[in-house]
Ligand binder design. Structure first.
Ligand code: ZN
Length: 203
């Protein structure tokens, strides 16, 4: 392979995406989902990334890279500087934007997610919506053993409140969330619209 070909390839979307997948898989290698099935954490990351890629028809590489890397700062020892050096400033600041401040108590972080959601950039919302969709799907398929129905209901309600503030970036992603919300609500005994101003159905 000539060196000019290699440097052109190094910049390609596929190469950048696979570097990010490889990076995320390594960083999260010890992490499992909270559910009974204890799925490898990378399954959550690829699910979120697939949804972002489909919602943007593969046209927004920064959003897709941000999706696969979205939990690296929050859950691993990755720093924004490390992400910036490998994937550029735009990706690093997008990941930072979807990262909770772990120095705050959990309850405060949850309230902040609702309050801050409306101020997030379009790309950050494009990641937040499928992130919560994936979490609700996990709750349906393999909920954490220690969660009773109150805890599940509380999570479902909270996720809907966050997403209510993120709306109008992708009707398709929002419909996927609404469907997961409808199913999660029916198994946790809490049926109702995913958002107070609509019927929660695809439109
Ligand atoms: Zn996530």
């Amino acid at each position: 392979m000539s060196s000019s070909f290699r440097s052109a390839v190094a910049q390609s979307d596929v190469v950048q995406l696979m570097r990010a997948v490889d990076f995320a898989a390594r960083k999260h290698s010890d992490q499992r989902r909270k559910g009974r099935a204890k799925e490898p954490y990378i399954n959550h990351l690829t699910e979120v990334t697939c949804l972002v890629a489909e919602a943007t028809a593969g046209q927004d590489l920064v959003a897709v890279l941000g999706a696969i890397l979205h939990d690296t700062i929050e859950d691993t020892k990755t720093t924004p500087a490390e992400l910036a050096a490998m994937f550029g400033d735009e990706v690093a600041s997008l990941v930072a934007e979807v990262t909770d401040d772990k120095r705050l108590p959990k309850h405060e972080r949850k309230v902040l997610q609702i309050e801050m959601a409306a101020r997030k950039s379009t790309r950050a919302r494009l990641i937040k919506i499928p992130d919560k969709t994936s979490n609700l799907r996990s709750l349906i398929e393999s909920s954490p053993e220690s969660w009773d129905s109150d805890r599940k209901q509380e999570y479902v309600k909270w996720a809907a409140r966050v997403i209510q503030q993120c709306r109008v970036v992708s009707p398709w992603l929002e419909a996927e969330f609404d469907e997961a919300y409808r199913r999660a609500s029916s198994i946790t005994g809490q049926p109702g619209p995913a958002h107070p101003h609509g019927d929660g159905r695809r439109r």
